[in-house]
Write a protein that binds this ligand. Structure first.
Ligand code: RB5
Length: 155
């Protein structure tokens, strides 16, 4: 599976550590959208690039991993890309259930929030879980309707 990764300076070191973890696991093609150093950069562009990568047309399933200082700014930015469901997680239960129930396509973490060991466990929980569909698909469809301005408010 292809994994699109990205980070700003606040998440750079965590991204590098996660890439190493994925390489050790094997079986993942990692595409790194930067940043490539600890120099200060704005996270929106990186969020945008990873967001576009995971939502691009095609048969290939691509998931994303984004890191900034808190994981929050980069998740907010990524969620502005149509079709992105980015979840900022710092516990494994949420990292697992955001795949199972929300069909999240990007996991976001804070380099100033989670350590490398926990981040690896979050990544494992996220990548090791599949969307359950069923009643959750209806809710994802509602989120998509909000995105498309076609949401119908029930009486
Ligand atoms: C950068 O200092 C920091 O604001 C950024 O990495 C992130 O935490 C924003 O949400």
């Amino acid at each position: 599976m292809k994994i699109a990764v990205g980070a700003d300076h606040g998440g750079f070191e965590l991204k590098e550590s996660i890439k190493k973890h994925l390489e050790e696991l094997g079986g993942y093609e990692i595409v790194d959208y930067g940043t490539h150093s600890s120099d200060s950069v704005d996270y929106a562009e990186i969020a945008y690039k990873v967001g576009k990568a995971v939502t691009q047309d095609g048969d290939e399933k691509i998931l994303g991993i984004l890191c900034c200082g808190t994981g929050i700014g980069i998740s907010i930015a990524a969620n502005k890309v149509k079709g992105v469901r980015a979840a900022c997680c710092s516990d494994t239960f949420s990292a697992r259930y955001t795949r199972l129930h929300n069909d999240a396509n990007i996991l976001c973490m804070g380099g100033r929030v989670v350590g490398e060991g926990l981040a690896n466990e979050l990544v494992d929980a996220f990548l090791g879980s599949e969307f359950e569909g069923g009643r959750h698909q209806r809710r994802i469809d509602q989120i998509t309707a909000i995105e498309n301005e076609t949401f119908k408010i029930s009486d």
